[in-house]
Design a protein around this ligand. Structure first.
Ligand code: BGC
Length: 404
């Protein structure tokens, strides 16, 4: 029997665009149409049904919930801020508070207002200043209800998908532009972090806790070949630690938010920058079970990652960890095995403060559409009926007792 600490944060996460529906002013909305992809449409209708969803989270004993604010709702046109949409998010957060669920609020989760993208998006030298204006508007209104902030979700995933592989809007393939965007996101985080702390001071509120939600994965060399080992080492440095090291140099991280799903099997074909950077194999010589998108299930990697992240000497929150699968027993196995590895890391002295499963309800999985089912709660997309999965009930028991 494993025991987690009493004040551990237990819950699940969601993002606005993936769950709310009808985010018509977002660059993703436009992109889905242009790219001929499955449309997010009404998504999971969480914008209307959030109270119902939070009732379920409460019934599953969650004491924390991570959500994001959709920038394009708050500022649909440059400089025009919507009081009505702001009120919506105040209501959402109060609905969590009323259920004794601690909100963790993400300010940027992949999507941008269309006008922002048109003005150059994150390549624009003024992007940080523009984003700060939105954050100022939002945080002043929400400060008294919120303690935890995530400035940016998975900056490295956003950069690689949108500016290196060019598969997400604005569909650019350029290392130079990707580097520019990275620099802008680093400085955006630093400035946002400082601004939010300043606002709390001005308002006489207790210090907030601010971080990012960082995508992490372990890089496993398929063989002991030098190329594979070098590539794994470099990718780990670049993608797991690079962004965090940069923001930590400025002491702008109160907690480390980790999103962890899978491992990457590194098999480099030949010496070459491109090969070292991206060569992988889908089927590793050491096969493991996979989720429905073909990602390897590798819970021991989370243990490794947590030990690595211990170096920042900040509390760590698992801001996302989850599986898309049609096999709900596998979902429970996935959760259980990851929790065991978290606990092992804690026994080694790593300070883990919470675990948020991705995701509370089934939702729109970006360019993969509605196929992948990550939710603790099933959504019937014809009726929008919510059905709690067995795995959610088992996880709910852990949330209640802290025992596994
Ligand atoms: C993202 C989520 C996404 C999930 C599963 C994370 O990379 O933050 O938006 O749905 O992984 O792919």
């Amino acid at each position: 029997m494993i025991k987690f600490p009493q004040n551990f944060l237990w819950g699940a996460a969601l993002s606005a665009y993936q769950s709310e529906g009808n985010n018509v002013n977002s660059d993703w909305w436009q992109w889905e149409k242009e790219a001929g992809k499955e449309n997010s449409g009404m998504a999971s209708r969480h914008y209307e049904f959030y109270e119902r969803d939070f009732d379920l989270a409460k019934s599953l004993n969650h004491n924390a919930h991570r959500l994001s604010i959709e920038w394009s709702r708050i500022e649909p046109e440059e400089g025009k801020f919507s009081e009505q949409e702001l009120k919506h998010y105040v209501d959402v957060i109060l609905a969590l508070r009323a259920r004794n669920i601690e909100p963790l609020i993400t300010l940027h989760h992949f999507t941008n207002p269309i006008w922002f993208s048109k003005s150059g998006g994150w390549q624009n030298r003024r992007s940080a200043a523009i984003f700060l204006r939105y954050c100022n508007f939002v945080t002043r209104a929400l400060a008294k209800h919120v303690r935890y902030w995530v400035t940016i979700n998975e900056p490295t995933i956003y950069i690689t998908h949108a500016y290196v592989f060019g598969v997400w809007p604005p569909r650019i393939k350029s290392y130079i532009k990707a580097r520019m965007v990275e620099n802008n996101l680093v400085s955006t985080h630093i400035k946002t972090y400082r601004m939010i702390h300043k606002i709390y001071k001005e308002l006489g509120l207790a210090e907030p806790s601010i971080g990012i939600a960082h995508y992490t994965q372990v890089y496993v060399p398929c063989t002991q070949d030098l190329k594979n080992r070098v590539a794994s080492y470099l990718r780990d440095k670049r993608y797991n630690l690079g962004f965090l090291d940069k923001i930590m140099r400025h002491k702008t991280m109160d907690f480390v938010g980790i999103n962890y799903y899978t491992r990457q099997s590194v098999e480099v074909k030949k010496w070459g920058m491109g090969n070292i950077a991206i060569d992988v194999v889908k089927n590793s010589p050491n096969p493991v079970k996979k989720n429905s998108l073909g990602w390897d299930i590798y819970p021991e990697g989370l243990y490794e990652m947590l030990l690595k992240m211990g170096k920042y000497r900040r509390p760590i929150i698992i801001t996302e960890n989850g599986i898309c699968t049609a096999d709900d027993n596998l979902r429970w196995e996935y959760i259980k095995d990851h929790l065991k590895n978290i606990h092992l890391a804690m026994e080694k002295g790593v300070n883990v403060a919470g675990y948020l499963y991705w995701s509370l309800i089934d939702n729109f999985e970006w360019d993969k559409g509605f196929g992948p089912r990550f939710g603790l709660i099933d959504i019937d997309y014809k009726t929008y009926k919510r059905t709690v999965r067995e795995s959610a009930i088992k996880f709910g028991l852990v949330c209640k007792t802290g025992l596994l």
